[in-house]
Design a protein around this ligand. Sequence first.
Ligand code: BMP
Length: 455
Amino acid sequence: MESKKEFFLECYKLGIIKFGRFTLKSGIESPFYVDLRPLSSDPKILKHLANYLLEMLPLDNFDLICGVPYAAMPMATAMSLESYIPLIMKRKEAKKHGTQKLIEGIFKKGQNCLLVEDVITSGSSLLETIPEIENEGITVSDIIVVLDRQQGGKEILEKKGFRVHTLFTITEVCKMLREEEHLSEEEVDRINNFLSGNVVKYVETKRLSYEQKLLHSDHSAAKKLLEIALEKKSNLIVSADVLSTQELLELAEKVGPHIVALKTHMDIITDFDPDETILPLKDLALKHNFLLMEDRKFADIGNTQELQFSYGIHKISNWADLVTSHVIGGYDSLDCFRSVGVIAILGMSSKGTLTDKTYQEEALKVAQSHPNVMGGVSQKQLPEDMLLFTPGISLADTGDGKGQQYHTPEHAFTQIHTDFIIVGRGITKAESAEKAALTYKIEGWNAYENSVEVI
Ligand code: BMP
């Protein structure tokens, strides 16, 4: 093969980089514009490109290869043809009919996929694509990129643990073009000035990561929940506010793969039956690895709560991993919840709630001091030793006309450093609960990751 420089100059002739003034998708004005799609129209160049990329990689590591749609798809195809590594295809949007698949092709869970990208800027399209691939049980360890615009994306992905290989950087490209007098000194300066002021950086925050919380936590239910979060890359709890056993089980089956816990209000299930409702629900929780959180919101004296927890038709203590409880009955009222993780109701999401600042401060003191309590429901930030659960989450609505007040997952993670988002109707009333759960899972996980990253 010719030298890397000769190869680049061949590519350049196809008009893949233009210099001047260009307004990017983000609204920023850039002195250069990169579009590598023309490379796919020259079979010889595409084949060479595929081989250059393959030479840079430990090929034994990969079972599959996938291009980020659309520009990198022909590149990934060419690499697959040259290396015999099977190709899978990622759709931009799931099919509206039939299987609703996002990933097409033949693959098995546990396989490792090489991801191919044409240009990396902030890394945002890779950050959207990777969870969608990982959601199929496929791992992604390496990303190969043809051109790095050197605006921070590579570093962000590397901080997240991916190996990012790049064939060309914009600095290298400018140097080669300058040597060949395709670019003037002034143009190179303009590009360097642009690059120095347009790098995407991490935002430093003070919140603890799930790993750190796991190390510090001494509550077994909290540990379990954090372990599931890390394993499934999810911080989503779905609120199953449905009225029949069938609806409950169908929902659990659909959203199960994407959640850390299913929150129930068992007292609204009209045909509740311990054998018909709880046994299959427990099986689904085991199958999809999520916890059961009964949102009973206990609010009585200790003795009554003990009876409500273990007796009556629901026998919550027999099956729940987590329960919600007010702390209004005082410290001793929480003693009965020995076998579960208690999530204390500290602040509510509804308009006009009486859980004002003073209430929250007092309620927090009780909750924080009790060993059965592992966290709280609140719309405000909590101390780091408490896991924060935030309901009132929706991507579409700001309210429900009945006093509920909604925020986005992004808000919950950046503004109040929540640990888990609780979503009800945003998922249960969606056309496809499964797809909506996946969307909230990805939104929640990205928002969490952005909130823990340190420069
Ligand atoms: P939705 O996302 O459909 O608004 O449902 C929210 C769920 O969270 C409901 O089950 C509700 O009981 C619960 N919840 C809440 O909305 N706000 C709170 O402050 C505490 C809650 O448990």
